[in-house]
Design a protein around this ligand. Structure first.
Ligand code: ZN
Length: 189
């Protein structure tokens, strides 16, 4: 029943790299060197540039699937605009994504939002994202968030889309609270 030490080590290293990025210790050159480690295929491949990151246009309007109730829509629009601005203007915020081999602006731009009704929504969860996938489910509670908290949540979810796991269920990954702290500090939210 033991955990294979290999995977535990890898998870810890990934978290360490993320924390390092937040601390501002990763130079752009070092972070760029790790870009080949992306585990994702399909659309991610076409976004991996050769010599340097291609500039990604700042997306100001979120992509929505289906209908969103008014409060969700308002929180999404204001939170999304703030999240996009922080990713664009704050190097430490962008570094959170670079440490995962991803581009934060592009990750946010490819995110699609839809309303969710999961049991987890009943337990204070504001949004849910399957790791590695761009579809973010917004719980009713998301609609009550102010723009800063909404932006923090959207960046948190975009990190999951970029491949960041969470504890639970992954015992080697950072907890939701730890991810929120990284985003708070790195993105000034
Ligand atoms: Zn999470």
């Amino acid at each position: 029943m033991g955990t294979p030490s290999g995977s535990a080590t890898r998870g810890e290293r990934r978290f360490a790299a993320l924390a390092l990025a937040v601390a501002g210790a990763l130079t752009p050159a070092v972070a760029g060197g790790g870009a080949g480690a992306t585990p994702r295929g399909d659309t991610a491949r076409s976004r991996q540039p050769g010599p340097g990151p291609a500039p990604v246009p700042l997306a100001r309007v979120p992509q929505v699937i289906g209908d969103l109730e008014g409060a969700l829509q308002r929180a999404l629009r204001s939170g999304y605009a703030l999240a996009a601005r922080r990713l664009h203007e704050t190097p430490r915020c962008a570094a959170l994504f670079r440490s995962l081999g991803a581009d934060g602006v592009a990750e946010l731009a490819r995110s699609r939002y839809r309303s969710a009704w999961s049991e987890l929504c009943m337990h204070g969860v504001a949004a849910l994202t399957p790791v590695g996938q761009p579809t973010v489910q917004l719980c009713p509670g998301f609609g009550a968030l102010d723009p800063r908290r909404a932006a923090r949540t959207l960046i948190h979810e975009a990190l999951h889309a970029a491949g960041l796991r969470e504890r639970p269920p992954d015992p080697t990954a950072p907890s939701a609270e730890e991810i929120n702290r990284l985003v708070e500090q790195g993105c000034d939210l």
